[in-house]
Ligand binder design. Structure first.
Ligand code: SF4
Ligand code: SF4
Length: 465
């Protein structure tokens, strides 16, 4: 497709979006909460009683979609072993969670062909298709990280319909754009004709909202906003990484501060979906000292609840995704968003202090997304990082043989490491082949971090710390 035609199609779509009356497709039947706030300062909103009618709902000002402010991230479905000892999704547990979520007003489900090594979409489709299609919104992605050809990408797109048992997607994302800027974007979506294809699919009604999820620097983000400003591309929504640590303390080079991304989207009135509100689970399991300060302020509120309230306090946020693995976080989220209280300015300042303290802990920035898996050498990359981070946040990290309870901590680390990660899959098995590097949205120097942890473990064993 010629560039001029590309601009023509997407420009026309922009005009259509701006002038269109409210979408007339039937909506999920949630009725609770007040329609979403649009723009301006954090604060306000929310339904405030028990049951589905109390769930905080945000209305998408572009099309009237009434979206629950907490969305179900389908990348962490519960797993069980099958008869051959293989990890498979526990579909019964998934069905139970989806039923509970829908009954309590959660109506946004976010998946991808890449999640759980291809198993997530089918599990979501099997569970959701037991409910009326207009009682939930489906978000999925074009995750063409490997084969970028038009044929493979279109195949992936069609497969998603089959897996999710639907004939339209409510929210469709270009998955994880940003790193590599415009050049990488062109390779994945423009030169292979996929943007042209997706815009036609949108015009045909099979995609209701087209957006992207972003991992990258502020400069790279600016490039995608320039596309929007020039009318070259319409972004109906954008998914960003946002939490109270990344708000002002993101890496900067590899990940931009969410405060900046939010402001750029807010001024263009682009609805925002949040990923990593818990920073890969680290904000649900914060270091002891931080947890204590939170408890002192709000004895009944969990660290996770602080983190979710942070996200939904910002009014341009359509929904914050939570990758729930069992009923415990699901029920807690229903409580948080069923009785939603936005944070005050003073509480936001408190969280900023907590964010500064969090940065002082030597945690690996792993969100447990598992995009780096499988490692051809069998290393359980997220398993190693999660175990290491947990020891730090639990305060059971042996730092020096001069520590009072060093022996106890050392033993606890080594024993729990062997339990959490099989010996043959531990950090010392990494041969630095580099295969995993390009898959990590957090740009973690995976082999370097693995070698650092392997050295730490060896030093513990040899009493060299
Ligand atoms: S660099 Fe290490 S962890 Fe990454 S794929 Fe290679 S062996 Fe596996
Ligand atoms: S190392 Fe990177 S890709 Fe792998 S699970 Fe962690 S964040 Fe995801």
């Amino acid at each position: 497709m010629k560039r001029r035609d590309f601009i023509k199609i997407s420009g026309a779509a922009a005009l259509a979006t701006a002038c269109a009356p409210k979408d007339s497709r039937s909506k999920p039947g949630m009725t609770g909460g007040k329609p979403g706030m649009t723009g301006g300062k954090p604060g306000m909103t929310g339904g405030l009683t028990d049951g589905p009618e109390s769930m905080l709902i945000r209305e998408n000002p572009r099309n009237g979609d009434r979206v629950s402010a907490i969305g179900f991230g389908c990348m962490r479905w519960p797993m069980i072993k099958d008869a051959d000892g293989k990890d498979v999704i526990d579909q019964e547990a998934v069905n139970e969670m989806v039923d509970y979520a829908i009954a309590h007003g959660i109506n946004y489900f976010d998946t991808s062909p890449a999640y759980l090594q291809g198993l997530s979409e089918k599990a979501a489709g099997d569970a959701l298709s037991r409910h009326p299609r207009d009682s939930y919104y489906i978000a999925t992605k074009l995750s063409n990280f490997g084969d970028r050809s038009k044929e493979a990408s279109i195949q992936m797109y069609h497969d998603s319909f089959k897996q999710l048992k639907t004939d339209y997607f409510d929210y469709y994302l270009l998955h994880s754009i940003g790193r590599g800027g415009r050049e990488a974007f062109n390779q994945r979506y423009v030169e292979n004709g996929m943007i042209d294809f997706l815009l036609k699919e949108k015009a045909a009604g099979r995609i209701r909202n087209l957006g992207f999820s972003f991992h990258g620097s502020a400069k790279e983000f600016d490039g995608f906003m320039e596309m929007y400003d020039s009318g070259e591309m319409v972004w109906d929504f954008v998914q960003i990484e946002m939490n109270y640590v990344d708000w002002r303390h993101a890496d900067g080079r590899r990940n931009a501060n969410a405060e900046y991304l939010y402001a750029e989207l807010d001024k263009r009135e682009i609805p925002i979906v949040i990923m990593e509100p818990l920073l890969g689970g680290r904000l649900a399991n914060v270091p002891e000292g931080i947890a204590r300060q939170m408890k002192e302020r709000e004895p009944d509120m969990s660290p996770a609840s602080w983190a979710f309230r942070f996200c939904a306090t910002y009014p341009r946020v359509l929904c914050a995704l939570s990758g729930m693995t069992n009923m415990t976080p699901l029920k807690e989220n229903v409580q948080t968003f069923g009785h939603f209280k936005p944070l005050t300015e003073e509480e936001l300042e408190f969280l900023e202090k907590m964010a500064i303290q969090m940065k002082e802990y030597p945690l690996v920035n792993c969100t447990d997304c598992k995009y780096c898996m499988p490692c051809p050498w069998g290393v359980n990359i997220p398993g190693v990082f999660q175990h290491y981070n947990k020891a730090i946040t639990d305060g059971t990290y042996a730092q020096s043989s001069a520590q009072k309870d060093y022996r106890k901590l050392k033993k606890a680390y080594l024993t729990s490491y062997d339990k959490a990660v099989e010996t043959l899959r531990q950090a010392d098995r990494c041969i630095t082949c580099g295969e995993c590097l390009s898959h990590c949205p957090q740009s973690i120097a995976i082999p370097r971090e693995l070698h650092r942890i392997a050295r730490y473990v060896e030093d513990l064993k040899q009493d060299r710390i």
